[in-house]
Design a protein around this ligand. Sequence first.
Ligand SMILES: [Zn+2]
Length: 158
Amino acid sequence: MSRPFKCRHIGCEPGINCFKPRGIPLAELQEVVLTVDEFEAIRLADLEGLYQEEAAKKMKISRQTFGNIISSAHGKIADAIINGKAIKIEGGFYTRTGMRTFICEECSHDWELGYGTGRPRKCPKCKSSTIHRAAPDKGSATAGDCCHGKKQRKRRSE
Ligand SMILES: [Zn+2]
């Protein structure tokens, strides 16, 4: 599921796409989703210290729009830090199609879910919560969202 989105000029893509409080399995955390344009706005304004005018120009949007994006980004980051939520960076002009595959570590059952349906908490077969996202299909470079994409710890102590 992809919501309508106006393409914005992004100078750099986030290298890491998920942050989470340490020691808590992602499945138990609430998540805030930072879009790539929000990420870029933070980078330009807060890291590079550009004025909103300049930053807006770089992203080829109006200063007003830039202001909205950055205040939305600040709100999400504050929410995550204060309420201990994971921050996921995705969206923006990325379009993702296809299905995500999850695998149960308990019974090896695997199943597919479309995007936008949220992350499942339990294996539909054995109800175990030790599930992980299977590696994304080759070729979809941005599909490996969140910490669960590639390197999953073998087993979590619960
Ligand atoms: Zn299972």
